[in-house]
Design a protein. Sequence first.
Length: 105
Amino acid sequence: MDTLDPQRLAQWWADQIDGQIAADLGGVVFVSTESGVNLCLQRVPEPTPGKNRLHLDCTTTDVESEVAKFLAAGAELVAQHEVEGFAWTVLADPDGNQFCVCPAE
């Protein structure tokens, strides 16, 4: 994931996904979880323009609570969608990277 501040954003994501900083190489920070989810955040000189290239879908059995948790931690609500009975919420992390929260099925 591109970011201007990999340490800050890595810690934010680690807090959200119950992960930990696995390695901090200065310009590159790795986050890992016991469930095997791993993220790599790297410093870039300027924000990536347009829609982010990586889009995470976070699944949960309690979408409402998970969205509330992300919002309380500083995420921004982008949109809510529903297609043929399947609903999901689009959020943005503190750097504006969009991701979805949707039901685990």
